[in-house]
Design a protein. Structure first.
Length: 138
């Protein structure tokens, strides 16, 4: 208790406490990670072997469409929450709802054009979002 007692220098006590806390948390996290590895090793091996046998998934749309979809969503969030600022930020603040609306129109267009005609074909379902099967992806 030389470095952590009530009579110890506060700067030294803080340093010792922070270093010991860091070491203790790292040791606990490594121990928990090793225990989880030992407990779940068999399941992870089975899952990895099952994935190695599975064929590559067909991507229903190109990457640029997915990127544009997410960019529209992020644009709505960013510009709808834009606050007053100086410089260029003032111009953006004045037109934030116009920009957010344009992103919203882009998002709506992407939803209708790229996602609106999706048909689930994994189990022969040709209905759009009204399948009564429990294992339907929609």
């Amino acid at each position: 208790m030389k470095y952590l007692g009530s009579r110890a220098n506060r700067v030294i006590a803080y340093g010792v406490a922070s270093v010991s806390g860091t070491v203790l948390s790292v040791l606990f996290s490594v121990a928990i990670g090793l225990l989880m590895h030992l407990v779940f090793r068999r399941e992870e091996t089975e899952r990895a072997n099952a994935q190695a046998v599975m064929p590559e998934a067909d991507v229903p749309r190109p990457l640029w469409q997915t990127a544009a979809y997410f960019a529209a969503m992020v644009g709505i969030l960013v510009f709808a929450n834009w606050g007053p600022a100086d410089g260029v930020g003032t111009v953006v603040y004045r037109h934030k709802w116009h920009i957010a609306s344009a992103c919203g129109l882009g998002l709506g267009s992407a939803l209708v054009l790229w996602f609106g005609g999706a048909v689930v074909e994994d189990h022969g379902c040709r209905r759009r979002h009204d399948c009564s099967r429990r294992d339907c992806a929609w």
